[in-house]
Design a protein around this ligand. Structure first.
Ligand code: GDP
Length: 363
């Protein structure tokens, strides 16, 4: 699962990308992401539950969940017609599972705004229009083939044609496909198209240092817009976060308290991105390591085991599961088991956020 970060020039995109991805580079060996290109980075997802677990199970290593972030440069007006780096930009977006759009809500006379003034809604519209146009083009290209197969009696193609027509009508009314609900069969029939306005999106409002709570009128407008278009919103002052990320731990705590933050906003952005990607965590906890693993919401126990290793999924027998409350109450796994709180779950079990697991499997 990966998220792509986009934004108009000078909105603070690189500042945020660098701050988000700088902290885990040293530990990247823990994360088997196939390859990391120059414009990609790993973001760890800080989870206070890891600290709670390690009060009782003291490991050699604590490993938070992580996700891949892709810095997608080059959006300008006209991208859908190939302007600027248009085509490359769009093909990158097609590949990611979720979009993070940085929108500028900070005023700074020293930082030029491409459109002349700070207007986050106009910025959002500029990018969304390009994505709507590009999706329309994708559908237009796909329609003749789908129609031909449908005429030949292909049932799947009939669903595809129906879906394309509904999507087109929705896009023509200038609405993103995120807000269109299709019957499951139709949605599946077009899932390989990589339609961009159907992807979940998180707007990151880059605010002034004086407005970390995000109460500024511009941020409120972003929230209203997001609510109407099925998007999420988070706030950050990217410049401040970049400074905080460079400090050692003691200075960082002091600076955070000076500006009135409980934790770096980067942590919040990482968690929001994770949620936007439709992920939740389960944990494995032993003396060697306590670790959070990402799993799509709704995944079954064998699928969760497969996140650790594909052999675990193939040979899955059962899972033994408890939760953090049990650990806090009974202190050790042995006591949890003695109290009958260690649940044994089979192949059909749907994972719950925060499950602490052992998987039993055949090799
Ligand atoms: P990008 O073009 O979107 O990648 O933007 P950059 O991250 O390169 O930032 C453009 C300029 O805006 C740089 O000079 C940053 O220091 C500045 N900048 C980024 N975030 C903030 C912010 O939160 N507040 C202020 N005042 N300046 C910022």
């Amino acid at each position: 699962m990966e998220a792509g970060i986009v934004g108009l020039p000078n909105v603070g995109k690189s500042t945020l990308f660098n701050a988000l991805t700088s902290s885990v580079s040293a530990q990247s060996a823990n994360y088997p992401f196939c390859t990391i290109e120059p414009n990609e980075g790993i973001v760890s997802v800080p989870d206070p539950r890891l600290t709670r677990i390690t009060q009782f199970i003291v490991p050699q290593k604590i490993i938070p969940a992580a996700l891949k972030l892709v810095d997608i440069a080059g959006i300008v007006k006209g991208a859908s017609e190939g302007e600027g780096l248009g085509n490359k930009f769009l093909s990158h977006i097609r590949q990611v599972d979720a979009i993070i759009q940085v929108v500028r809500c900070f005023e700074d006379p020293d930082v030029t705004h491409v459109a002349g003034n700070v207007d986050p809604i106009a910025d959002i519209d500029t990018i969304e229009t390009e994505l709507v146009l590009a999706d329309m083009q994708t559908l237009e290209n796909a329609l003749p083939k789908a129609e031909k197969s449908a005429r030949g009696g292909d049932k799947e193609a009939k669903l595809r044609v129906a879906a394309i027509q509904k999507c087109n009508a929705h896009l023509e009314s200038e609405q993103p496909l995120r807000t269109l609900e299709l019957p499951e069969g139709e949605a599946n029939a077009i899932s390989s198209y990589g339609l961009m306005t159907a992807k979940p999106i998180l707007y990151v409002a880059n605010v002034d240092e004086s407005d970390l709570a995000g109460e500024h009128e511009l941020v409120q407008k972003v929230r209203e817009h997001a609510q109407k278009t099925g998007a999420e919103v988070a706030c950050v002052c990217a410049k401040l976060e970049a400074e905080i990320a460079e400090l050692d731990e003691a200075d960082r705590a002091e600076m955070l308290s000076d500006v009135g933050l409980e934790e770096p906003s980067l942590n919040v952005i990482a968690r929001e991105t994770y949620r936007t990607l439709g992920l939740q965590s389960y944990f494995t906890a032993g003396e060697k390591e306590v670790r959070a693993w990402p799993v799509p919401i709704g995944a079954t126990a064998p699928q969760a085991a497969g996140v650790i290793h594909s052999d675990f999924e193939r040979g899955f027998i059962r899972a033994e599961i408890y939760n953090l409350d049990d650990l806090e109450q009974y202190k050790t796994e042995k006591e949890i088991r003695a109290a009958g709180k260690l649940r044994v779950e089979g192949k059909a079990y749907v994972m719950q956020d925060g499950d602490i697991c052992h998987f039993l499997f055949n090799v």
